[in-house]
Structure formats: structure tokens, C-alpha cells
Design a binder for this molecule. Sequence first.
Ligand SMILES: [Cu+2]
Length: 228
Amino acid sequence: MGVVGLAAWTRQPPQGGATIAGNIKFTGAKPANPKIDMTEEPKCKAKYQAPPTEEVVVVNPNGTLANVFVYVKSGLPATYKAPAPAGSVTLDQDGCRYHPHVLGIMVGQNLEIKNSDGILHNIKAKGTKNRPFNISQPTTMTSTRTFTAPEVMVPLECNVHGWMHAWLGVLAHPFYGVSGSNGGFSIKGLPPGTYTIEAWHEKYGTQTATVTVTGSETKAQDFTFAAK
Ligand SMILES: [Cu+2]
């Protein structure tokens, strides 16, 4: 199993160590996402061929589930120190939707919030462990914010466009991933140990698994979410 479907946000994978990788399976009938009426935002509407939808449940063509945040919830050695985050993470507002819809970031790492639409967006972060913020971006611009405490997840939304939602996982370590268009995730560079891995989805909630790794081995761990 390779590294598949990782979201395109920047993260420096630690070198060496073990890997936990798997697929997010989905069973049952695939629900339809609400269509977004962008009539009042012609600049955004023009960016779509077909009417855009929200991204509450994104089932991939291969039957897997995208936008699942998978992370090490517990089990790291008490002595573990995360290296300083390299680079920033970008959240783009393009076509009046957030890209990506689900993303991760480390404590202290820069989040670049980009307005590529050139129309008014107002992003609001509604965390409880991190200080909430509310940033008006009237035109094409980028704002930078950082987060001070682990929190899974920080809800992000736009005060101008009620359909715009994104979810940000903040962690004090780099052991996380998001399932992408192949439904795969991969957590690399783990020290030997027994870990609680949690898979989070905005509609279907969380699931956990216990995985023990040693050396530089790769352990497979799949999760299955059922339609409801
Ligand atoms: Cu907006």
C-alpha cells in the first residue's frame, strides 16, 4: 500500500519510524449533498460547469470516503517532542468553497487563509480550546493565523456564505492525515508504541482503533463508515 490520497497541505513527514496506513471504507447508500445556489455571487457561480454542492459526504468513485481526518489520539511517548512545523498550511477560498474542506495543522504552524475570489468572505473559527477569530477579507488577499492548543476539530465557516464550511484539526505532533480521492490515509514516522488512532468524519462521527508498531514496519488499519 502506498501513500494515497493525502491532501495537499504542507507537512514535513518525520524520517524513519513506523507507518500506519489504510483506507476509509463506506457502506450503504451514498447520500446526496445539498446543492449550493450561488446566484448572488456570479463570480463564484461562473467557476462551475454544474451546480456546486456542499461537501458533507464525499464518497469516491472507488467507494471510499474522503475528508476523514485520521490522527494519533494517544500513545506517544511522554518524551516525544514534535519538530518545529515546516512551512505553512493553506486554506483557499475559491469558487465560494473552502479548499481543502478538511485539513490538519500543527500547533504554532502558520495557516494562510487565502481569498482567491476577490469578493467579500468573512472567515470565522469557532474553536473552544483555541481563541476564536473572525476575519473580514473584502478582496483578494491572504491572512495568517496560528493555533495554540490541540483541538479536533476547529469548525471554520463564512459569515457571508452560509454554505461554506471547513474543518481544521490542530495537533501538537505531525501524526495525522486526511483521506483524499482514493480514500487512503498514511501516518508516517511513528516511534515504536501502541497508539489509539481516531478517524473523524463531520457527519458520521469518530471511530478508534488500537495499533502497535515497532521499527520501520507498516501496519494496515482500515476504518468503515456506514451511511445513516
Ligand atoms: Cu464566503
